[in-house]
Design a protein. Structure first.
Length: 72
């Protein structure tokens, strides 16, 4: 997982062995719940890019990202 300022972000690199667990998450369960399960190995890579901390969970989040980085 990328990490910036001590906080983990996106996009994580995910092993295919976790796909079933991810697909089994409920609509209100965050992806981090899978990574916190016993037996799931996790490592972080420090990056100097706060954009890895942005959330894109809802359509409005994508609009905000566009306005922040791509709008003229």
């Amino acid at each position: 997982m990328p990490s910036c300022g001590g906080r983990t972000g996106h996009p994580p690199l995910i092993r295919s062995t976790l796909f079933d667990r991810i697909l089994g998450l409920g609509p209100d369960e965050p992806l981090r719940d899978v990574f916190r399960q016993p037996g799931v190995d996790r490592c972080t890579i420090d990056v100097n890019d706060p954009a890895v901390l942005l959330n894109l969970d809802r359509p409005g989040d994508l609009v905000g990202l566009y306005e922040r980085y791509l709008a003229d």
